[in-house]
Design a protein around this ligand. Structure first.
Ligand code: ZN
Length: 162
C-alpha cells in the first residue's frame, strides 16, 4: 500500500493520536496580537489561532481553540509547538514544506528542508501521513491555512489596535 514500514506508520499514528487526545497549547490567548479563524466545512473542523509576535519578529506564543476531528486538532497542536521561537519566514517554510508533503511533491525542495530543524521535519512527515487519506488532507492543512492568515497583517485581526 505504501513505502512506509508498519513500525513507522504506527509511530506516526501514535503521535497524532496523542496530540489529538491531549492537544498542546489548547487555550484562548486574549492578549495575543493576532488571531485568525479557520474552518473546514467538509469535516466540520473549526479553530481559532492566536499568535504573539515579539518585537524582534519571533513568534513568542502560539495557541488555539476549537473543535474538530483528531487530525485537525493534532495538526494544530503540533503546529503551535513548532511555531514558538520561529520567525514568520521560518513559519512559512514549515507550511510550504508541509503542503508539499501533503501534495506528494515533497522532499523535492532541498533548500526548504535544509532550513528546517530535524525535529520539525520529522513531525511534519508524521503529520503528512494523511496524504494516504485524501479526504483527511484538508483536516491536516486547516491549522496551517489559518496560520497563513494570521501571519498576513492585512487579514489578521490585530487585537488591541484601536
Ligand atoms: Zn477533520
Amino acid at each position: 500500500m505504501s513505502d512506509e514500514g508498519d513500525d513507522l506508520r504506527e509511530l506516526y499514528q501514535e503521535l497524532i493520536l496523542d496530540h489529538g487526545r491531549h492537544p498542546r497549547n489548547f487555550h484562548a490567548s486574549p492578549d495575543a496580537q493576532r488571531e485568525a479563524v479557520g474552518h473546514n466545512p467538509l469535516c466540520g473542523d473549526k479553530l481559532v489561532l492566536y499568535l504573539t509576535v515579539g518585537e524582534d519578529g519571533h513568534i513568542v506564543d502560539a495557541s488555539f481553540q476549537g473543535e474538530g476531528c483528531a487530525i485537525s486538532v493534532a495538526s494544530a497542536s503540533m503546529m503551535t509547538e513548532m511555531l514558538k521561537g520561529k520567525t514568520a519566514a521560518q513559519a512559512k517554510a514549515l507550511w510550504t514544506y508541509f503542503e508539499g508533503l501533503c501534495k506528494g511533491s515533497a522532499g523535492d525542495d532541498d533548500a526548504i528542508l535544509a532550513s528546517l530543524d530535524e525535529d520539525d521535519a520529522s513531525r511534519l512527515q508524521a503529520l503528512a501521513g494523511v496524504r494516504h487519506y485524501p479526504v483527511r488532507v484538508k483536516c491536516a492543512m486547516l491549522a496551517w491555512r489559518t496560520l497563513e492568515s494570521a501571519l498576513d497583517p492585512a487579514v489578521a485581526k490585530k487585537v488591541g489596535a484601536e
